[in-house]
Design a protein around this ligand. Structure first.
Ligand SMILES: NC(=O)c1ccc[n+]([C@@H]2O[C@H](COP(=O)([O-])OP(=O)(O)OC[C@H]3O[C@@H](n4cnc5c(N)ncnc54)[C@H](O)[C@@H]3O)[C@@H](O)[C@H]2O)c1
Ligand SMILES: [Fe+2]
Length: 387
């Protein structure tokens, strides 16, 4: 057996309905008083955002806001955010939003003080370019409050997925010494999320758990976390989208999403994510939707290697068909319950775009931990099947 490396670092998490009111105390504990709220235009209009700003201002915090962030966020979004942060002279960042806002907030916190180029932090592309920074002074202190249950970005350290507009590709930046000082996971903030986004983001969480579990490293610690995340999705994803009372299901999905990120941060992801990153950068397709459409096709492609693991999953969930194929059939059935399309064609991908998507997916770093070694031709094969 090769030597494996297990590292799990999780910041302080405050979890539960109503927990957003603890933001104030968590900032005070750090001696911070001039936070910049980093969010997106949609989340900015939510009543919970207005209530948070009002609570902080009533307690004499000087709150600035940056919300010029698109879905599948870009380096330009980050650069503008850093300008805002510097001109507001903020002492901290509160990331409030889905993965897009959280990732921009993380990227801002990585570079705003030390003024390094964000792309030097692409550790998985080239570990040698990682700036030698360790003091907390080098990074802007950050707390994270997710408003979607999918990316788990609140528990993936400082890792952020940002589109490089020059290369036309998504890239992952991160620094191993930088973490949020606190995470607040308040499921009440998920209630305003429209059904389709609840479904797409939930499928992102499930994809994280499955890809992390199937990643080849020997890491029973993170495998255990990934299995629990799959179970939570099995029991609650459909409920979180289709129930009349949304809070119970969305609470469980918030937990599933957060813990799945702990598993993938240590073990890695796979080819589903490489394709989703390509579809996000090139066609601006929502990340969770892209994963959801492609997931069963990649599982079938990987089947010769991962059949024992999928069989174990089918048994743990006590599926009617306790085989690897039964597990994939469950995913396909779940997608139907969530009104998620079955093909790339249905999400407006054009056949002539497939070679470019394959090339971009191959350049992406997430497939380094795919159970089957990927080539550009393998990606094109999967994409044609998924079309
Ligand atoms: N860093 C990581 O570990 C990681 C992991 C997976 C994905 N990602 C990235 O995350 C991004 C996707 O994030 P996402 O899926 O959370 O979507 P998102 O952040 O793009 O948000 C999608 C939409 O939902 C709206 N929204 C968010 N919360 C809401 C709420 N509570 N009520 C109403 N509307 C709400 C937003 O305004 C936006 O219009 C992608 O860029 C992806 O690459 C990052
Ligand atoms: Fe993801």
């Amino acid at each position: 057996m090769t030597i494996s490396h297990w590292q799990v670092t999780v910041p302080d998490v405050t979890f539960g309905p109503g927990s957003v009111k603890h933001t104030l105390d968590l900032l005070k504990q750090q001696g911070l008083s001039r936070p910049m709220l980093v969010t997106d235009a949609g989340v900015l209009t939510q009543p919970f955002t207005k209530a948070l700003i009002a609570q902080l201002e009533a307690n004499h915090f000087l709150v600035s806001t940056f919300s010029e962030i698109k879905g599948n966020p870009t380096k330009s979004n980050v650069d503008l955010g850093v300008e805002y942060l510097q001109s507001a002279n903020s002492d901290s960042i509160i990331a409030l939003g889905g993965g897009s806002a959280i990732d921009v907030a993380k990227a801002m916190s990585l570079v705003a003080r030390n003024k390094k180029d964000l792309w030097l932090f692409c550790y998985f592309e080239d570990p040698d370019t990682l700036p030698q920074l360790s003091a907390s002074d080098d990074f802007v202190p950050m707390m994270i409050i997710p408003t979607t249950a999918g990316t788990g970005s609140e528990l993936s350290g400082s890792s952020c997925v940002i589109t490089d507009e020059v290369r036309g590709q998504k890239r992952v930046a991160y620094h191993p010494s930088h973490f949020p000082f606190a995470v607040i996971a308040d499921p009440e903030l998920l209630i305003s999320l429209p059904k389709h986004l609840s479904a797409w983001t939930g499928m992102d969480a499930l994809t994280h758990a499955i890809e992390a579990y199937c990643a080849p490293d020997f890491n029973p610690l993170c495998d255990g976390i990934a299995l629990e995340a799959v179970r939570l999705c099995y029991e609650h994803l459909s409920e979180s989208v289709n129930s009349i009372d949304l809070l119970p299901g969305r609470t469980q999905m918030m937990a599933a999403s957060s813990i799945a990120a702990v598993a993938f941060t240590s073990k890695g992801l796979g080819a589903v994510h490489s394709i989703a990153h390509a579809l996000g950068a090139l066609l601006d397709i929502h990340h969770g939707l892209a994963n959801a459409v492609v997931l069963p096709y990649v599982l079938k492609f990987n089947l010769s290697v991962i059949a024992p693991k999928l069989t174990r999953l089918a048994n743990l969930l006590a599926l009617p068909d306790r085989t690897a194929k039964g597990f994939i059939a469950w995913i396909e059935e779940l997608r139907q319950q969530l009104a998620i399309p079955n093909t790339l064609k249905e999400i407006h991908v054009k056949p002539e775009q497939l070679p470019h998507i394959a090339a971009l997916a191959y350049k992406d770093t997430e497939h380094q931990t795919n159970p089957v070694t990927m080539s550009e031709a393998n990606f094109l094969h999967i994409l044609k099947t998924a079309f």
